[in-house]
Design a protein around this ligand. Structure first.
Ligand SMILES: [Cu+2]
Length: 128
């Protein structure tokens, strides 16, 4: 009986350490700014409007590797292009719940980003 009690207390301690470690990890990777969610092979949010000077936070909702850069998919053809005033983006996000800040976007306009891994995975960022 006493031994069972001790192992229960040990289990509780382990759980508490794990939970607090998770909490610290979350706050360390938290990025600020409007969020754009990504699924398995698409942007869940295909467009976002932000204020001049803001950054955008890419959020991977599943464990899927995305490589986001300037340009767009035209059907199944990738077209790399960086509009005037666009920040040069080259972001790799691979893990579930991973966040990656891109920007800041300092010029007004509409900027196209795409994922080089997934055909058709386009994002439009409008800066006002
Ligand atoms: Cu992708």
């Amino acid at each position: 009986m006493k031994k069972q009690c001790m192992s229960f207390v040990s289990l509780l301690l382990v759980l508490m350490v794990l939970l607090s470690a998770c909490g610290i990890n979350d706050s360390a990777t938290q990025a600020s700014g409007p969020q754009v969610r990504m699924g398995l092979s698409t942007f869940i949010d295909t467009s976002v409007t932000i204020q001049q000077g803001q950054s955008v936070v890419l959020v991977d909702t599943v464990s899927s590797t995305h490589i986001i850069t300037n340009g767009t998919w035209d059907g199944s053809t990738p077209i790399a292009k960086t509009e005037a005033g666009a920040p040069k983006i080259n972001a790799t996000v691979a893990n579930a719940n991973q966040q990656q800040s891109i920007g800041p976007f300092t010029s007004p306009g509409t900027f196209q980003l795409y994922c080089t891994v997934h055909p058709g995975m386009n994002l439009a960022i409008t800066v006002k």
